[in-house]
Ligand binder design. Structure first.
Ligand code: GAP
Length: 447
């Protein structure tokens, strides 16, 4: 089994992540977060929000609708260009994203360039390909009570899309925010929420999904200052990923994206790559989107997106620096950096060395023996007091102590507290450290 298989298996076994619609055999590209997973995911999202919004004076939050006026996607260029190269094997009819099955090509590959790579079909092994077609990745839906059977033309007019990026919910609210809270430039608008992409080949567990969550900031700047603000945002991403989230610095690599591979709106992009179990993959992107979006919205809506600088009276359309990260990709980075197999006293174990600020549970409290009412009562007292203080504290009185430790190691609980007979005499408890498996005895009051 690969390390990724081990992670998928642990995620299911301990209730972090289940395949989407598991009971019906799954649904490709979708995943459901279980009780432990949702705790870890929420902590990651809360840390991001605290770092980029609550602790700053220049970034504000918004929460826009997922289904937006379809004009949004015309103006943003997604209707015309948000497409991947789809290729079909003429022999077995399997379909693939061309740039993911051949080496040395990118998303803008032509049929001729693809054929020149002499790639064989990953399913049937033949080399018999149809032409490359552009496959738009937006999910469409019909809004309102008209069905194609009633009136196809009207129904087509009512087609809307599930947003493929949260960013447009920010751009389309830029004017509302400027007109209501008059922020000074530079300022940012941040949003967390679902985004949907009809990926041709969802893969690598939660790395490439059809439904994911993004955390995005559009940082509006005076165009003359875009370079310094790009650097500022670039540095902030490192601080967040390495110091707040605790990812190993050496596993993060910056990749300057060449023109041919950049999204249609970007004049500069740095992808932050991470060493995932299956190799280096994009964790997040930092893009200089210029005034592409605001100017297109101005054209499409007829509304001015001008900003008047309060000090200089200068009027211009702000330019935008955009850090964008997928929650699932960050979750997988955190999980794979924490996943460790080692040996304690000759016994193999799996241990999730999560940073304390992200671990689902801060402490696990147990009575040494489940059948001694005096131990259980004292342990409950400690448990309730800790829950009151930290909230994320769990109780475990199942099996023997060794089994409890194994379970807490696997879900990343930093410390396990055991109430024993000595506790009843002198109000001390044992605290076992997850990473070293060492125990110490301390007074309850020190917790
Ligand atoms: N607003 C810019 C934007 O959406 P992107 O590079 O297409 O840019 C940004 O996506 C981030 O969203 C990616 O770096 C990745 O973390 C996450 N992401 C994109 N597509 C994803 C998918 N299919 N599954 C999981 N995460 C995805």
């Amino acid at each position: 089994m690969s390390k990724l298989d081990d992670i998928v298996s642990l995620c299911k076994r301990r209730g972090f992540i289940f395949p989407g619609s598991d009971v019906y055999g799954g649904f490709a590209g979708t995943w459901d977060f279980g009780p432990l997973g949702v705790m870890l995911k929420n902590r990651i999202m809360q840390e991001w929000w605290k770092f980029f919004v609550d602790d700053r004076e220049d970034i504000y939050g918004i929460d826009a609708a997922i289904i937006m006026n379809p004009k949004t996607w015309e103006a943003s260029g997604h209707t015309a260009t948000f497409a991947d190269p789809l290729i079909e094997c003429k022999e077995c009819k399997s379909r693939f994203r061309a740039d993911k099955i051949a080496d040395g090509i990118n998303e803008s590959v032509t049929t001729e360039q693809f054929l020149a790579t002499h790639t064989k079909c990953p399913v049937c092994g033949k080399e018999s390909w149809g032409p490359i077609r552009k496959f738009n990745m937006m999910f469409s839906t019909h809004v309102g009570a008209v069905l194609p059977d009633d009136d196809e033309e009207l129904a087509n007019k009512n087609i809307a899309y599930l947003r493929p990026e949260t960013a447009q919910g920010i751009f389309t609210n830029y004017k509302n925010v400027v007109d209501t809270i008059y922020p000074d430039l530079p300022f940012g608008l941040a949003q967390q929420g679902k985004a949907f992409r009809n990926e041709i080949s969802p893969r690598d567990f939660i790395l490439r999904d059809r439904e994911c969550s993004q955390m995005e900031i559009e940082y509006f700047v005076n165009p003359t200052t875009w370079e310094e603000n790009f650097e500022k945002m670039r540095n902030l991403q490192h601080v967040f990923l390495e110091q707040v989230i605790g990812l190993p610095k050496e596993s993060i690599h910056e990749y300057e994206v060449p023109v041919a591979n950049r999204a249609h709106y970007s004049k500069r992009t740095i992808d932050f790559m991470f060493d995932y179990p299956n190799g280096e993959e994009e964790l997040m992107g930092l893009a200089y989107r210029t005034d592409f979006d605001l100017s297109n919205i101005a054209k499409a809506s007829g509304k001015s997106m001008d900003y008047r600088d309060k000090k200089t009276n200068q009027v211009f359309v702000p330019h935008v620096i955009e850090p964008s990260i997928g929650v699932e990709r960050l979750f997988l980075a955190v999980f794979s950096a924490a996943y460790t197999e080692d040996e304690i006293d000759g016994n193999k174990r799996i241990v999730l060395k999560l940073p304390t600020n992200l671990a689902p549970y801060r402490y696990c409290v147990s009575p040494l023996l489940k059948n001694k009412p005096e131990l259980v009562a004292k342990a409950q007292e400690v448990y309730q007091a800790l829950r009151h203080k930290y909230s994320n504290v769990t109780w475990d009185d199942s099996g023997n102590i060794g089994k409890r430790y194994r379970k807490q190691d696997e879900i990343g609980t930093p410390e396990c507290i055991v109430i024993d007979f000595e506790t009843l005499e002198n109000d001390t408890i044992t605290v076992r450290d997850r990473d070293t498996a060492k125990q110490k005895r301390i007074p309850i009051a020190e917790l």
